[in-house]
Design a protein around this ligand. Structure first.
Ligand code: ADP
Ligand code: MG
Length: 554
């Protein structure tokens, strides 16, 4: 072995061939079709486009094509743009700390060209003809003259055709499509001045017309958060220590199954930031039911010197010089919307100690009234019983849904058509089989609508848009979580005033379940306070005839 090494001396450190280093860079920047969409649309925005069209085939797995009416490129620039670290957006180190453009690393085009069948067609305004360059797996062909309208079209075919290990990780078309739409929305929300159109094949799946900010933002917010937020969006704004925050927040009547619907932007750039997301969740606090999340689209403006955007290859994270000020800005902006909302539940632990051994039997319960439109107050043989109406109803529906899923499907007399956002429609289509095993049958109904043809009885009569969007989110198999989510939707909420008849019906239904357990989300359903405990609180547990007043007072 040693002899072989000695007899064949080779340099151990080598400069990587350019194609290989581009493929490695692609690993960081281009993970999936949505990343291609993001990088190309960013380039179009940097080129000053007013209209950007995004065409997908097979959710972007077969093709992502982005066409813009921006500045276009000369033949020299077009050839240069495909070289690594070639950028028109950054000249000096100082620029790096004042970047306003989306791109600046000069990596995106060569990276995606290294892992796809790639073509670039571009034409400068006023030029007599344009330029076409084709690249296959990183090998660029000669630039050729080509007729083209002013602007640029980039096509990325067969992403990862030459990197099978990565191709394997692509998801099904619908899931990739939903991510592509999200990527467009992240770029479109801060840019009401630009029109965006997304198509799958010939079919438009999102059309975002440009216009005045006040009109455009709510329309785009409905695309991003789901159409059920219409009528529940509130403008919010605040200003503190040089930071400005503005945006739209969803009133807590509408809530979501994950924190995915908190969209954050810093200086017009979509970012992920745990601390800021957490600030939003904290602001909503317990106004939302346990395990539910808010929706909001918030734009933070920070002086350029106060933020470092070059901390993430896809620029999805930023570093703020004063994160505390950003946290405060979020709290201040959301407070006016949430201040008047009654709070839902106290600490769950408080119930724990009262619960287990005292659970009354069916109840021997006599309904007395409703507390804060959230709890049913009942008298039992042993004392006082509070029932959390939402938790109770959720428990009942959860068990009914599980039972219904085992039985035959219940077709609806008249199928109900539900209009969804493009991303939700794609997710729903991908989750059809899963929904069927829950007793929900849906069919595609043109554009982004579905027709609901069968529904288990506990779910009938509720709002179907939020239910479907919630169920489809990230769920690939029927498990308990699906039943829990559905049960939550079908249930009365805290702050719903109930008539005595409704309350009694709820209590009766509770009888049929093993309600001694917790609600589907793990909160207790019932808290009981024994007579002995109540007497102790009133100092009646000392004298044997405690109804007699203490002697001293007589
Ligand atoms: P970056 O955006 O970081 O500069 P890219 O690899 O994405 O790097 O693009 C390289 C260069 O190609 C850009 O700096 C820009 O000059 C040019 N370019 C890319 N896309 C377009 C486009 N759609 N219109 C005009 N110029 C473009
Ligand atoms: Mg770029």
């Amino acid at each position: 072995m040693a002899r072989m090494l000695l007899s064949a001396p080779v340099a151990r450190i080598q400069v990587l061939p350019e194609t290989l280093s581009n493929q490695i860079a692609a690993g960081e920047v281009i993970e999936r079709p949505a990343a291609v969409v993001k990088e190309l649309v960013e380039n179009s925005l940097d080129a000053g486009a007013a209209r950007i069209e995004i065409a997908l085939l097979d959710g972007g797995r077969k093709l992502v094509r982005v066409t813009d009416d921006g500045s276009g490129m000369s033949r020299e620039d077009a050839a240069l743009s495909l070289q690594r670290h070639a950028t028109s957006k950054l000249r000096t180190k100082d620029d790096l700390f004042a970047v306003r453009s989306y791109g600046f690393r000069g990596e995106a085009l060569p990276s995606m060209a290294a892992v796809s069948r790639f073509s670039l067609l571009t034409c400068e305004r006023g030029a007599s003809h344009g330029t076409r360059i084709e690249v296959e797996g990183g090998r660029a062909g000669e630039p050729r003259d080509a007729g083209a309208p002013p602007g640029t079209t980039v096509e990325v075919h067969d992403l990862f055709w030459n990197v099978p290990a990565r191709r394997k990780f692509l998801k099904r078309a619908q899931a990739e499509q939903a991510q592509c739409i999200d990527a467009v929305l992240r770029l479109a929300l801060p840019r009401p001045d630009v029109t965006f159109v997304v198509r799958e094949g010939e079919r438009p799946i999102a059309q975002l017309q440009s216009g005045p900010q006040d009109a455009v933002l709510p329309a785009r917010a409905a695309e991003a958060l789901g159409r059920e937020v219409r009528g529940h969006l509130h403008e919010v704004r605040s200003e503190t220590r040089g930071l400005k925050l503005r945006g739209l927040a969803v009133a807590p009547q509408v809530d979501f199954g994950s924190a995915r619907n908190v969209w954050l932007f810093v200086n017009g750039r979509a970012i992920r930031d745990r601390s800021l997301t957490h600030a939003v969740l904290r602001a909503y606090g317990e106004v939302l039911p346990h395990g539910r999340f808010p929706g909001a689209i918030l734009f933070l403006e920070v002086p350029l010197a106060e933020v470092d955007v070059n901390v993430h290859p896809a620029k999805a994270e930023v570093r703020l010089a004063d994160p505390r000020a950003a946290w405060d800005a979020v709290q201040m902006a959301l407070q006016p919307l949430l201040r008047h909302e009654p709070r839902v539940a106290e600490s769950h632990a408080a119930y724990g100690s009262h619960q287990p051994e005292l659970l009354p039997q069916a109840k021997s319960l006599r309904y007395l009234g409703q507390l804060h439109a959230s709890y049913l107050v009942c008298e039992s043989e042993q004392g006082l019983v509070l029932v959390d109406q939402h938790a109770a109803h959720e428990r009942i529906n959860y068990q009914r849904l599980r039972a219904a899923a085992r039985g035959p499907v219940q077709p609806m007399l008249v199928p109900q058509v539900v209009e969804l956002s493009a991303a939700d429609a794609a997710r729903i289509a991908g989750a059809r089989e899963t929904l069927r095993s829950l007793g929900i049958e849906i069919e595609h109904f043109g554009e982004n609508s579905v027709a609901v043809k069968a529904l288990p009885p506990p779910l009938q009569g509720g709002l179907l848009g939020p239910l479907l969007a919630d169920l489809a989110e990230g769920l690939t198999r029927v498990d308990d979580d699906l039943f829990k989510r559905a049960a939550c939707h079908a249930s009365v909420r805290a702050h719903d005033a109930l008539t005595p008849q409704e309350a009694q019906a709820l209590l009766d239904a509770l009888d049929q379940t093993d309600y001694g357990a917790r609600c589907a989300h793990g909160r207790p359903v019932v808290a009981a306070f024994s007579t002995a405990e109540i007497e102790r609180r009133f100092g009646r547990d000392y004298a044997p005839h405690s109804h007699a007043a203490p002697k001293e007072i007589l």
